[in-house]
Design a protein around this ligand. Structure first.
Ligand SMILES: [Zn+2]
Length: 462
């Protein structure tokens, strides 16, 4: 990546600041020094104050903080278009057994790196600047997080990485997963990777593939200030398994093993009860909602509004779908209405609370050096330009509905992270999409071949 210029002024910008309350400001300029926003003001004033700074013309576009994805899987890109042998999986556990578990076994480090590259290109093009990844490659565990970090570093994006520890591949691999997380976390704390843009959390797959012994071992080995990133109650099977194993429901079980807390992310929480909701709120644990994934897997719908009212911090992720966060906003907005047969459910304000404000607060915990997700002086310069021409008045009050009914990720023309321009006028500057996708097409047939050999074996028990 090119080194950034010491100072940059973005001119001719209409700002969406995502402060709370939000502001929309016209004819503004933004002065960036290093990786942070230093000043914001009327175009003429900012240009006069900082005459020596390099200028980047926003040409009247909306300039706003980049989107944040609170839960994804970079390793899934090579699964696109892959044939799953008949009969089609009829429920969630079969989807894991017939698709994701044989697929993740088929990945080597080169596949991991290339799959991440595909996902990161997608993130830059769609204006997503911070991502929380959850990785699995049981036949290439050691060094997998460094491999992903290397790709993230080339891309210039911001990411929080982890390896999913699980007992489903035996004791040795569970141990290797633990070591990969610990080693990478240590590396992050010592080296402040990529100028602080890459950091880690401790990954766990899900209650249904983790024994009490492994959960205890992880709790003992992980420093108290480090959070966990785990799938929780995505489907009833996770609850059935937890009740069988421990007599406790999933969230109670995770709490008993010390996994919950203000830096821990529980993805999904579709099948939790009132006490589990309260426990997530009491412990300050984050929940992430992935409506497109839940619809695709037919697992049901998380009670997001109830969780919000109970004080649970719910964010929004993609679960490996395209990192087009406004698509995820729209899916959330629509899904809860049809599921509840009530058009008042999941209002535009709820969607913004989850997808913008809560995601920003989560990102700030992991990148404490400056504010993320707001366009204000002192925030990281993680910004996108949006070529949107509103057909009706646009105000801070009605912006959620402009986003839900008017914005598309194809309108993102420029993506900036920490003051570095990663895409300008839709031209990618850090990653070579053509080369990455060509390499992915070379690797995919071999991954699919290995997948076929794994999928033809008897289905694994969780
Ligand atoms: Zn997931």
């Amino acid at each position: 990546m090119e080194t950034k210029s010491p100072a940059l002024v973005i001119t001719n910008a209409n700002l969406i600041t995502w402060e709370n309350p939000n502001r929309v400001l016209e004819n503004q300029a933004i002065y960036i020094v290093g990786d942070q926003i230093a000043d914001i003001g009327a175009q003429a004033k900012i240009v006069a104050c900082y005459p020596d700074a390099k200028q980047l013309d926003a040409d009247g576009k909306y300039v706003m903080p980049g989107n944040i994805c609170a839960h994804t899987h970079f390793y899934g890109a090579l699964a696109r278009g892959m044939a799953i042998p008949e009969p089609a999986p009829k429920e969630f556990l079969e989807i894991l057994q017939k698709l994701w578990w044989p697929l993740d076994k088929s990945l080597g480090l080169e596949d991991v790196k290339t799959s991440a590259g595909v996902m990161l290109v997608d993130a830059i093009k769609h204006g997503t600047t911070t991502l929380f990844d959850h990785h699995a490659s049981p036949n290439a565990i050691e060094g997998s997080l460094d491999t992903i970090a290397e790709m993230v570093s080339v891309s210039g994006l911001r990411a929080v990485l982890c390896y999913e520890v699980t007992d489903r591949d035996g004791r040795e691999r569970a141990q290797a997963g633990i070591e990969e997380n610990l080693r990478f976390l240590k590396r992050c704390s010592v080296d402040c990777l990529e100028g602080g843009r890459v950091t880690g959390t401790f990954g766990l797959h899900a209650s249904l593939t983790l024994s009490d012994e492994t959960l205890d071992a992880c709790r003992q080995l992980v420093p108290i200030e480090v959070g966990f990133h785990i799938h929780g109650a995505e489907h009833e099977v996770d609850q059935y398994d937890s009740l069988m194993k421990s007599g406790m429901r999933v969230v109670d079980r995770l709490h008993k093993h010390g996994i919950l807390g203000p830096d821990t992310i529980v993805a999904h929480a579709v099948h939790i009860d009132a006490r589990e909701t309260a426990l997530l709120a009491e412990t300050g644990t984050w929940v992430t909602h992935q409506p497109r994934s839940n619809m695709n897997n037919g697992v049901g719908v998380a009670q997001v509004e109830s969780m919000l009212r109970a004080g649970v911090k719910v964010g929004l992720g993609t679960d490996g779908f395209s990192h087009a966060m406004w698509e995820e906003f729209k899916a959330a907005y629509l899904l809860h209405k049809v599921w509840n047969r009530d058009p008042r459910r999941m209002s535009g304000k709820d969607v913004i609370q989850v997808g913008v404000y809560n995601n920003a607060n989560l990102a700030c915990r992991y990148f404490p050096g400056a504010v993320i997700g707001e366009l204000i002086p002192g925030a990281y310069a993680d910004l996108i330009f949006v070529d949107y021409h509103p057909s009706t008045p646009l105000s801070p009050e009605n912006l959620p509905w402009h986003i839900l009914f008017g914005f598309h990720e194809s309108m993102v023309t420029t993506t900036i992270v920490a003051g570095d321009v990663l895409m300008h006028n839709r031209k990618l500057l850090t990653l070579d999409e053509e080369a990455i996708t060509a390499h992915a097409r070379e690797l995919a047939p071999q991954v699919w071949e290995r997948y076929r050999s794994f999928v033809s074996r008897p289905l694994e028990k969780p």
